[in-house]
Ligand binder design. Structure first.
Ligand code: ATP
Length: 512
């Protein structure tokens, strides 16, 4: 199955089994906005819970907050979002479609890279066993020409973006002969800057002073509360503040399902440190965060670090954790050393000191900040795509199985009476009623047992128990494991411990 096909199947599966629906679908949907269904909300909540417990419960020096989505408009002046949270956009006059100018160029580069790899493959086929890839790459004239072309375009793109030179960016699109994928024409408008913040009005008076923004990140709610949290919690540096909440960005091109949405959720943690210590903590958080990901048990080859070569003006180090999504390696989480930029800006704009008195050094200073920032929805997509599998079974059947980490699975246990008579449903119900206090159980008596197993595999339920006639005699059931499909006999009295142990969040937290 190619990756495009896999991605389409994943999206269809997410809808069919109640994970994710397009928003307002009866009105044909709303672009880049999605709703989470009954299974989706369980998985999403479990992801948030895993992050929260790992950050807040396991670190004595990290506390949480929940700040409002609306903030004073000056916050966004201070943070730089009002003036600089822009993407360069360009329209095609024939198709009337809108694109991110830098993305058009990036995609053009990706095509050239693909061409280059094809050339290498051709060489491999031609030379067979004697093929020396490194030598081929450094000497083949066609490869060299494409490499030089890629380099030239990259440099021009970087210069144009760094200088905010929109005319140069447009010229690059023209020179690369990039065509609109819809109209096929090169009839481009000028490039313009487009601010990604959504605005609305607060209260009933319609003058400019009442404009407020939907926050484009949760971090600023942490910065403006930094001193309150430090003082009320008697926090000593180094310490962190964590928050999970909605963020909104009017993305120009929002696609790839829940990877890039206009309304999404972030899990951010700002860690306040002594100036000079920030790079040590940056390294610490890079490895700590990777460990959090790896503890989920998805294949380690799904993750890689991508250090930023181009740093934002306020950062002195930055790296992304990238994930192998169905459409390639892309940013999943950012770890940034943001210096004292944000707190200093808020100090200037609010006129209130944002300093910490350090009892160990007897000095006051504006702390430096290392942040970890991850999108809940991207994490959801990462887990879903890594968990999704199709398997051929004996007898020509196939099954779709979501190999979700048991602690995150929406339903932990399915309770299935073998037949709908002879007192088996009553026995099954009694087990489900008792175990629902410990974990999420689903009762299902409809259709053949095979079909019921398939349904549970499709939503990632790690355990199914079947209640049969023997259960009435000896109080044992068949327990079926999702991944291996193995079936064992187990006493009903032991189910709580047996399953509880494996679906407990603790299983993940202990591995970090
Ligand atoms: P990108 O380069 O993909 O636009 P970014 O660098 O702007 O992302 P940050 O501002 O660092 O992203 O936001 C932190 C995290 O929030 C990202 O790593 C990502 O997981 C998530 N995120 C950002 N924008 C979106 C979005 N439009 N939809 C879903 N998640 C998002």
């Amino acid at each position: 199955m190619n990756t495009d096909e896999l991605f389409k199947k994943l999206i269809a599966h997410a809808k069919e089994y109640g994970f994710i629906f397009p928003s307002s679908e009866i009105y044909d949907g709303l672009s880049a906005v999605y709703d989470y269904g009954p299974m989706g909300v369980e998985l999403k909540n479990a992801i948030k819970d895993y992050w929260w417990q790992a950050q807040v419960r396991l670190h004595e020096n990290i506390v949480g907050i929940d700040s409002a989505i609306f903030m004073h408009p000056r916050v966004w002046e201070a943070s730089g979002h009002l003036s600089a949270f822009n993407d360069p956009l360009i329209d095609n006059r024939d198709s009337k479609k809108r694109y991110r100018a830098d993305v058009l160029v990036e995609e053009h580069i990706a095509k050239l890279e693909e061409k280059l790899e094809k050339e290498v493959e051709k060489g491999r086929r031609r030379f067979g066993a004697s093929f020396d890839e490194a030598q081929f790459r450094s000497t083949n004239p066609q490869v060299q020409r494409t490499l030089a072309r890629i380099l030239e375009i990259r440099v021009r793109l970087d210069v144009a973006l760094n200088r905010n030179d929109l005319a140069a960016l447009r010229q690059l699109i023209i020179d690369c002969e990039i065509v609109c994928p819809v109209s096929g024409s090169r009839n481009w408008t000028d490039v313009r800057q487009f601010n990604l913040m959504f605005s609305t009005r607060l209260g009933s008076v319609s003058d400019e002073a009442n404009v407020v923004y939907l926050r484009p990140e949760t971090a600023q709610g942490i910065f403006v509360n930094f001193l309150q949290v430090q003082k009320t919690g008697r926090m000593k540096i180094p310490f962190g503040i964590a928050q999970i909440g909605k963020a909104f960005r009017n993305e120009i091109v929002a696609r790839q399902f829940i990877f890039r949405m206009r309304e999404f959720e972030q899990m951010e943690m700002q860690f306040f440190v002594r100036p000079g210590d920030e790079l040590k903590w940056f390294d610490y958080w890079k490895s700590e965060r990777l460990r959090w990901h790896l503890a989920l048990g998805l294949d380690a080859s799904n993750y890689r670090f991508h250090p930023h070569d181009k740093l934002a003006h306020y950062a002195n180090a930055a790296a992304d954790i990238e994930f192998a999504f169905p459409f390639g390696f892309k940013e999943l989480e950012g770890i940034h050393s943001r210096t004292d930029f944000d707190l200093t800006q808020h100090q200037t704009f609010s006129g209130r000191k944002q300093q910490y008195f350090d009892p160990e050094t007897n000095e006051s200073y504006v702390p430096y900040v290392v942040e970890t920032s991850i999108g809940v929805d991207r994490m959801f997509l990462a887990i879903l795509s890594a968990a999704y599998g199709e398997e051929a079974l004996d007898g020509g059947e196939t099954r779709v199985v979501l190999r979700l980490p048991p602690a995150l699975a929406p339903v932990k246990l399915a309770v299935l009476p073998l037949v709908k008579k002879d007192g088996l449903p009553e026995k099954a119900r009694a087990i489900q009623q008792a175990l629902r206090f410990d974990f999420n159980c689903q009762y299902d008596e409809k259709d053949s047992i095979g079909k019921r197993y398939r349904r549970q595999d499709a939503i990632g339920t790690p355990f199914c128990i079947t209640i049969d006639h023997q259960s009435l005699d000896d109080d044992t059931v068949t327990i079926r494991y999702r991944d291996t499909m193995r079936q064992d006999r187990a006493p009903i009295a032991e189910l709580r411990d047996l399953i509880g142990r494996q679906v407990d969040m603790r299983t993940l937290l202990e591995k970090i």
